[in-house]
Design a protein around this ligand. Structure first.
Ligand SMILES: [Fe+2]
Length: 266
């Protein structure tokens, strides 16, 4: 299939019913040379007319070191075959289906939380609600959750999985509560959502651990877990402060601080 004379390559057997091949432009690579070189390692099925030859070292260096260097011996293994089909990721390696599905579920979680925060932003931005600080806070929170979804999307593609977006659930559009008022009610809901998100992240981490995927567990830890507990603490503080100030003027004051002084003052 790939005559040695026109570019050494290895044609490999099928994997998952898809024809695969490994083609290496050996002739142009300084690590490879023709069989006339002084020291060569060859493999592949020469009886079938293909195979490739690796020049690992010269006879002189071999004699000096006693080391036989066979850099591409291992690539003959099925694990390292490179798919031809455009339907299959070339990069995917040791990425289990269960991990791929769990990442897609987490993308959905992040989008749903973003959607709820977006609804809160729209509510507090109304002229007859007019709590601009809370509107700003929930707008930023919505954007942040969407960024989280996108971060998981990017990760899915890095690992050779496929992003599948699921349905987003309809959310509340009214946040008024007779006893708590709207600000406290919305903030308590936000705290519950952040805790739920944390549960989902920990479950995702568990899936990665069960599938022996240390790169994925490290990614979740590095990018999400620390930030998530910090978000829970911040919103828990807000809930406590809103409980202290009650409704009316206290909420207005809380909102003004949120609007003008940023998160750092809390
Ligand atoms: Fe998030």
């Amino acid at each position: 299939m790939f005559p040695q004379a026109t570019g050494p390559a290895v044609s490999l057997s099928s994997m998952h019913g898809v024809s695969l091949r490994l083609g290496l432009p050996l002739s142009s690579h300084p690590s490879f040379s023709s069989p006339s070189s002084s020291s060569v390692t060859s493999f592949g099925d020469k009886k079938r007319g293909y195979g490739f030859v690796v020049s690992a070292s010269t006879e002189t260096s071999l004699a000096q070191t006693g080391v036989i260097f066979k850099p591409f011996e291992e690539v003959k293994k099925e694990d390292f075959m490179i798919p031809i089909s455009r339907q299959i990721s070339l990069a995917r390696q040791r990425y289990q289906d269960e991990c791929e599905a769990a990442i897609n579920e987490q993308i959905n979680v992040e989008y749903n939380v973003s959607y709820v925060y977006h609804a809160m932003y729209a509510y507090f931005d109304r002229d007859n609600v007019a709590l601009k600080g809370l509107a700003k806070f929930f707008k930023e929170s919505s954007d942040e959750e969407r960024e989280h979804a996108e971060k998981f999307m990017k990760y899915q593609n890095i690992r050779g999985g496929r992003v599948k977006l699921h349905s987003i659930l309809a959310t509340l559009s009214e946040f008024e509560h007779a006893e708590k008022g709207d600000a406290l009610y919305a903030m308590e809901l936000a705290l519950s959502l952040e805790k739920l998100t944390n549960e989902k992240l920990l479950s995702l981490h568990g899936v990665a651990a069960q599938n022996n995927d240390p790169q994925m567990t490290e990614f979740i830890e590095r990018e999400f877990l620390a930030e998530q507990v910090e978000a829970i603490k911040k919103i828990a503080d807000f809930v406590t402060q809103l409980r202290l100030v009650g409704k009316g003027h206290g909420v207005w004051h809380f909102d003004q601080k949120l609007l003008h002084e940023g998160d750092g003052v809390f």
